[in-house]
Design a protein. Structure first.
Length: 696
């Protein structure tokens, strides 16, 4: 069984880092301990973009020096001294030391900058063979005919096998979609039964667009204005502003970098206003040349009104434009959109199960956090549903929508004023005009009248008048929930700027509970280092009765099963088994008995203390004969006070990711976000809601 994979290529700029990232994501879901290695780095290991990316994304704590073999200067010197074998041995020693600490290693080969291509490709093959790695070569189809692509693959793969290498799969990147069928046909015509599969990856223009941060570093420019996140915007093209403002604005392109001398106040003011125009071509940023600054009033307009990122350089405009045009785009730790696009492209184009089988990676039944989050995205994709997000102009929501669109997770509807939403999107460097995201304004939507009448009909027995119903449907939470109730959306996610009550009250009013369910409750999906656990109820029912506790436990077990977690239910209390007495523990004992009667097929134990529920050693002492104690996956807390504090304590102290609260028991899914939620939290919650909608 190969315990390492070498990503090799035969030229520069083939996209091997994107492939390495995709394979790393796959390996992280299949192995417990995965590491990353680069045999040759440009300069110092801690400056290598690939090492920095992998350490940042996967929380790798190993020192960068241990993740690299030699620098390019060292490699060139040893080759010049005719120490070819010595170079490989030195890399091998570093690799083997790292390999001893993990189960699987992804190796990203050299970058083809500084050596002859033929020598470097052979060097990569020899390094891979002597490290004991299976090899996955990556070739580029950019600007090549089908015949040229096939020739490149045959020559490269033959060279690898001639030197004793094992080609486990071949990747052809940056293909023209129009050539896909012809490429597959040409490869299959000459393939044998034992030949490695060919994976085809289409060209993604975004991956070739440098970010403002990359331009800033490449030019050694100074950040003059803009918060840190704005410098992660991609630049679609460079626009030198040498003409008068009216003519320039006619030629302004969306997400372009405007390069202009610092004394061109008219251009700066025009760009600031363009950035506020939701329907216009908003630039990504401005590069001021000549070391000049505009007057103070113009500076304030740029910094305080538009929030546009501005860079400052001392060189002249021509030099700045020339140097900026040479800067290559990278998939790095500060390019989240590129990472999401790269992973989305990899996951959609490469048969991950086939590749995992070829790696012979063990597929365990344990649900790790990374496998869990991956499974959310994959399951949501299986049957894409429509999810409504009422907080349409919130920046985190818009950033999450960008990720969801790139990962192809769900169809998204944003609620709110379209102008305000597009302006907010532009402010965070996101374009949604051509993204397929639908925007609905409750104030002007033709749906509103029917929603008002529907709400009035359902709630008039509670004293709701038509005027009240009309006002309710101006509220985005009510409007979005009515879309779900009427089947115009599969589910709703809200709460990043609204309270839990604002989010779930409409659902309680007219979505109601599923048949046979007595109460709506919630769970948090707690992603710990090696496991995903279910905590309920930590958000909705303050002081549940015994019947409600049993209902919460039953619903939580169903939720666990829905998301691939084998439910072993622990009914928590301050005592274990028969050791304690009192009103609170008796309520848990009664709830346990109710649940066992209603769901005899469930593995349930209670009352249990938390340590006895989760720790096998403690369970062996306190309740040795239990099938749940020490192995629980679903934890039911006796009240909201205990549950809410416990999930937050575990989240903060153990560094767990808490996804939720996920509401359960409703006929159709509506889920709440924490007001402190991150973009990743929103993405995960939308995926969960989409999966719930598939099953509702």
């Amino acid at each position: 069984m190969p315990d390492s994979l070498y990503i090799a290529t035969n030229e520069n700029a083939t996209g091997k880092r994107m492939v390495a990232l995709g394979v790393m994501e796959l390996a992280m879901r299949r192995f417990d301990r995965v590491h990353f290695f680069r045999p040759v780095v440009r300069s110092r290991p801690h400056e290598d973009q690939s090492i920095r990316l992998m350490r940042s994304r996967y929380q790798i704590t190993t020192d960068p020096d241990e993740m690299a073999g030699v620098t390019r200067i060292e490699a060139r010197r040893m080759l010049a001294e005719d120490r070819y074998e010595g170079l490989i041995q030195r890399i091998q020693q570093k690799f083997k030391r790292l390999q001893e600490t993990c189960d699987f290693v992804i190796v990203e080969g050299t970058s083809f900058q500084g050596l002859a291509q033929e020598i470097e490709f052979e060097l990569n093959s020899d390094i891979a063979v002597n490290l004991g790695c299976a090899i996955m070569p990556v070739y580029s189809a950019r600007g090549k005919s089908v015949e040229d692509c096939m020739q490149s693959i045959y020559i490269g793969n033959d060279s690898i096998t001639d030197r004793g290498g094992q080609v486990i799969a071949t990747v052809l990147n940056q293909i023209d979609a129009a050539n896909e069928s012809e490429l597959r046909s040409a490869y299959n015509q000459t393939s044998s039964a034992s030949q490695a599969p060919l994976y085809l990856l289409p060209e993604e223009p975004l991956l070739r667009q440098p970010t403002l941060r990359e331009i800033q570093v490449g030019l050694n420019a100074t950040k003059f204005s803009g918060d840190e996140t704005t410098f992660d915007r991609e630049v679609t093209r460079l626009k030198v502003a040498a003409m008068l403002l009216p003519d320039f604005l006619e030629r302004l392109y969306p997400s372009s970098l405007v390069i202009t001398p610092g004394d061109r106040s008219d251009i700066l003011a025009g760009c600031a206003l363009a950035s506020l125009d939701a329907n216009g071509p908003s630039p990504a940023g401005i590069l001021l040349t000549g070391g000049m600054l505009p007057p103070l009033a113009v500076q304030q307009l740029i910094c305080n009104t538009s929030g546009m990122p501005v860079l400052l350089t001392s060189v002249d405009t021509f030099t700045a434009a020339t140097e900026a045009s040479k800067i290559r785009a990278e998939i790095g730790e500060h390019s989240p959109r590129k990472i999401d696009s790269a992973l989305g492209l990899f996951e959609q184009s490469i048969d991950s199960e086939d590749l995992a089988t070829r790696l012979q990676a063990p597929d365990t039944h344990r649900v790790t956090p990374m496998l869990f989050e991956y499974s959310l995205i994959q399951r949501a994709r299986e049957k894409r549903v429509r999810i409504v997000l009422p907080e349409g102009s919130e920046p985190r929501i818009l950033q999450a929508v960008d990720v969801l669109r790139r990962r192809d997770v769900a169809e998204i509807v944003l609620l709110g004023d379209p102008v305000a939403i597009r302006a907010a999107a532009s402010h965070v460097g996101i374009s949604i005009s051509d993204s397929g995201v639908e925007i609905i304004d409750p104030k002007t939507s033709p749906l509103r009248e029917s929603f008002v009448n529907e709400y009035y009909s359902m709630r008039k027995h509670k004293g709701v008048t038509l005027d009240v119903a009309s006002d309710r449907m101006l509220e985005v939470s009510y409007f979005g929930t009515m879309m779900v109730a009427k089947g115009l959306a599969g589910g709703m996610v809200s709460g990043s700027i609204h309270t839990t009550a604002n989010t779930i009250r409409p659902a309680f009013e007219f979505i109601k509970t599923r048949e046979g369910v007595g109460c709506v409750s919630s769970v948090f999906l707690m992603c710990l280092k090696h496991d995903v656990l279910v905590y309920g109820d930590c958000a909705v029912i303050a002081n549940p009765t015994a019947d409600q506790l049993a209902e919460i436990a039953s619903s939580s077990a169903n939720t666990a099963t829905q998301f691939g977690i084998d439910p072993r239910v622990a009914m928590l209390s301050y005592s274990t088994g028969e050791s304690g007495h009192g009103e609170d523990v008796e309520r848990v004992r009664e709830a346990t008995a109710i649940l066992k009667r209603k769901r005899p097929e469930l593995l349930v134990e209670g009352p249990l203390q938390y340590d006895a529920a989760i720790d096998p050693a403690v369970a062996a002492t306190k309740l040795p004969s239990s099938a749940v104690a020490g192995r629980a996956t679903v934890f039911i807390f006796p009240d909201l006070n205990t549950g809410n504090n416990t999930y937050k304590a575990v989240q903060r102290s153990a560094g767990a990711v808490a996804i939720g609260p996920v509401l359960q028991g409703l006929r159709k899914p509506v889920n709440d976000l924490s007001r402190g939620c991150t973009v990743a939290d929103i993405v995960n919650t939308v995926a969960i809601t989409a999966i719930q909608a598939q099953d509702s």
